[in-house]
Write a protein that binds this ligand. Structure first.
Ligand code: SF4
Length: 262
């Protein structure tokens, strides 16, 4: 793990030696085995490229610099990214092995260079997609990329099933949060993502994101520079729950109650 300071290396080993980076709280030593997210402590990335189809204030006309991490701590059964986030099944994308993982390992230095390459291609921001299980690497990677000349905002694009402590680690590293709010009912989140506590954890995590970024800031082109954007999931037949979660966010926005209690 090159280019890391001693303290960062210590923080990496602490975070991965008994992993509680997300609400799954596996507690496993990821230098030895993977947790529910499917990833060991080796940084692995599935795809790096410009993404033209995020929200207009994120992609703009020149694109968002997306970095898709391999693995996921949520694993929804309807995932649209499963080919690049989870194990490839036999025959997918040319894989002949049922155990093939998408992407490849990256050193922290390669990771920082990938961000700089996206900036050179005109990216409006660096968009970390499903990076919860690699937060220590993201912190060190951004630090190194900033040292090497990264100037565009960073964005944490996640499923919403996050721990407050891990979100606090990102303060000062991330400029924009883009969490999902997928489920309101614990029965539904348990059925589709094996995460009965999804709404409680997402609620606390989003409150922490808003604490860090209480206002939205845009540049002269209308591109977001700082703030929080919550994405809602519309599941067929479950619009009531979508409405309930929207009402919760409006309530938080107007009263600040959930923010203060989190
Ligand atoms: S990040 Fe992975 S190993 Fe760590 S607690 Fe979450 S699912 Fe488990």
């Amino acid at each position: 793990m090159e280019f890391c300071s001693k303290s960062t290396l210590d923080a990496f080993s602490d975070a991965y030696s008994s992993c509680h980076l997300c609400p799954r709280n596996c507690g496993c030593d990821r230098s030895l085995k993977a947790g529910v997210c499917g990833m060991t402590s080796e940084l692995r990335i599935s795809r790096v490229g410009l993404h033209m189809w995020e929200e207009p204030c994120i992609s703009g006309s020149s694109g968002s610099g997306t970095i898709f991490f391999t693995g996921c701590n949520l694993g929804c059964i309807f995932c649209q990214n499963h080919e690049i986030s989870r194990r490839l099944s036999s025959g997918e994308r040319g894989s002949s092995s049922p155990f093939a993982l998408p992407g490849r390992p990256y050193t922290v230095s390669e990771f920082a260079d990938a961000m700089l390459s996206l900036q050179e291609q005109g990216a409006n921001n660096i968009n970390f997609v499903t990076g919860t299980h690699f937060v220590p690497h993201i912190i060190e990677g951004v630090r190194l990329a900033r040292e090497r000349g990264l100037t565009i905002p960073t964005l944490f694009n996640c499923g919403g099933y996050e721990s407050v402590e891990t979100m606090k680690m990102l303060e000062g590293t991330i400029d924009i949060y883009l969490p999902d709010m997928k489920f309101f009912s614990s029965d539904i989140s348990n059925k589709y993502a094996h995460a009965a506590d999804y709404f409680e954890r997402a609620k606390e995590a989003i409150a922490e994101m808003v604490r860090q970024c209480p206002t939205q800031e845009f540049d002269g082109r209308g591109l977001i520079q700082k703030g929080v954007i919550v994405r809602h999931l519309m599941l067929p037949g479950l619009l009531f729950f979508l409405t309930a979660s929207i009402f919760w966010i409006i309530f938080v926005k107007r009263t600040g109650t959930a923010l203060r209690s989190a």
